[in-house]
Design a protein around this ligand. Structure first.
Ligand code: NAD
Ligand code: WQD
Length: 345
């Protein structure tokens, strides 16, 4: 028997598709809304080939309140929402701030508006370690200071957290869990779904796997003069399937009235900082494929080092990132090879 219906916004995207798989595997019915601005319909086939179930899909924009209302009428009984739908490219947000504020904030506000009308009990929101900026102390806990955002994208995450807090404090008839992701990487072990960047990747792993397969000549490592053991930046790279599983736990916590407070915030990371050079090394060891790379100057705006203290999520949610980085690298590589087989890249 179904555990109930969950709406996943941005569900054909990278993290949304992996989460949809975990929700279906845990017995939920999933309705996806996505405007396909950064994903495509074939992802639905990937989800079906892993789970045996094709999720319901509505191609629409979450900033369109009428479209959302139509969805809630067509699919009654939605118990929870996981809101992934957002524009997420930090660099692009510097060029097109209005697009970012409008898309990310209007999407959230429409959802908050409509939830009480349809009796939705919980909202999971995708936030980011970007809210911590360059932390004074690592690892960062949920109580670490929030630093002034350095991009409109980052600012949408800070403002979104504040909007949700205000709405909950105003007595909203639902709960919310905010999840601050560190650096999600890798793909589903089946290689049926993964990350599909548009154009030249800005993020490390897609650039690395595209270099390994020969699409890009060389990976540029942005800086080896940071105050870190090998001079390259340090991040907390978290496996996307591990990350997806936390969303199922978060939804269940709210639907089963297990939350300790109407709004809760959790860091989702491994707790281990890995440098860019260490990550390249892990990829090469795990796949036995060399990644041509060279050291270049720093990328403007980069944080030197940030990694999570995930102990609050470990204890309270009973969730832990478990996948070894080598397995995550193999999954990213298998996904890149699958894209090649399909003639996509
Ligand atoms: P993604 O771009 O792969 O997925 C987002 C999906 O939302 C896409 O399929 C896109 O088409 C859709 N979308 C965007 N605006 C929409 C709208 N108005 N209406 C309907 N659909 C819309 O991104 P992702 O990496 O899966 O990220 C998911 C969420 O997690 C985002 O909110 C992102 O900001 C957040 N996040 C991502 C990372 C990361 O490194 N990937 C880190 C921290 C937080
Ligand atoms: C990781 C490291 C680069 C590419 C971004 C967003 C953040 C969050 C996660 C959404 C850095 C280095 C990268 C390359 C490199 N997203 N690098 N060569 O910048 O940590 O975080 O994604 O919320 O908000 O800012 O991720 O993958 O771009 O970079 O050397 O070609 O890899 O300098 O140190 P980042 P990233």
């Amino acid at each position: 028997m179904s555990k109930g219906r969950i709406l996943v916004t941005g569900g054909t995207g990278y993290i949304g598709s992996h989460t949809t798989v975990e929700l279906i595997n845990s017995g939920y019915d999933v309705v996806i809304i996505d405007n396909l601005s950064n994903s495509n319909r074939e992802v639905l086939e990937g989800i079906k080939s892993i789970t045996g179930i094709m999720p319901d899909f509505v191609e629409a924009d979450c900033t369109d309140l009428d479209a959302l209302t139509g969805l809630f009428e067509k699919y009654p009984g939605i118990k929870g929402i996981i809101n992934f739908a957002a524009s997420k490219a930090v660099g692009e947000s510097m060029q097109k701030p209005v697009l970012y504020y409008r898309n990310n904030l209007n999407t959230l506000m429409n959802l908050l508006d409509i939830m009480p009308d349809y009796g939705v009990k919980g909202l999971v929101f995708s936030s980011s370690c970007t809210v911590y900026g360059e932390p004074d102390v690592n690892p960062v806990t949920e109580k670490s200071p929030i630093k002034k955002a350095t991009s409109p994208y980052g600012n949408t995450k800070q403002i979104s957290e504040e909007i949700i807090t205000d709405v909950i404090n105003a007595g909203a008839p639902f709960k919310s869990i905010i999840l601050r992701y560190f650096n999600p990487v890798g793909a589903h072990p089946s290689a049926e779904i993964g990350e599909l960047p548009n154009g030249v990747p800005q993020n490390l792993i897609p650039y690395l796997t595209q270099t390994a397969i020969g699409i890009r000549k060389e990976l540029s490592v942005f800086g080896n003069d940071y105050d870190t053991p090998d001079g390259s930046c340090i991040r907390d790279f978290i496996n996307v399937v591990d990350l997806a599983k936390a969303h199922v736990i978060a939804i269940e916590r709210m639907l089963n009235d297990k939350s300790d407070a109407p709004i809760e915030i959790f860091n989702l990371g491994t707790g281990k900082g890995l440098s860019v050079l260490q990550l390249i090394d892990a990829f090469e060891r795990a796949t036995e494929v060399k990644v041509p790379h060279k050291i270049v100057g720093r990328r403007s705006g980069d944080i030197e080092k940030v990694w999570a203290d995930p102990s609050y999520a470990n204890e309270v949610l009973g969730w832990k990132a478990e996948t070894p980085i080598e397995d995550t690298m193999v999954s990213a590589w298998n996904w890149q090879k699958k894209l090649r087989e399909r003639g996509i890249m």
